[in-house]
Design a protein around this ligand. Sequence first.
Ligand code: FES
Length: 114
Amino acid sequence: MINITFYDTHNANSGERVAGTTVQVETGQSLMTAAVNAGIDAIAADCGGTLTCATCHVIVRPAWADKLPPITEEESNMLDFAASPRQGNSRLSCQIELSPELNDMEVDLPLSQY
Ligand code: FES
């Protein structure tokens, strides 16, 4: 089991640190699946992980971004359709497989998935 923390930072006033929601999840599954199973409402994941919706958009905090596999062209192309502006560390959570080295990863949730 590893810990992942999701932050609804868009609900905070500028500069304010908001409390995150930390969930314990099994490795070997996608970050999207872990979020949906944990009831993280901001991850819609309409396509179920088939890389055709961009409603599983997350922004991975810098300390963990370099530990992720490189973004593929397909993921990058789909991210261009994300409802909230794409950022430097934006990823589609269905494309991130959780491994032990991602323990304590922190991700920010976008303002909207639609
Ligand atoms: Fe649809 Fe990730 S769940 S692209």
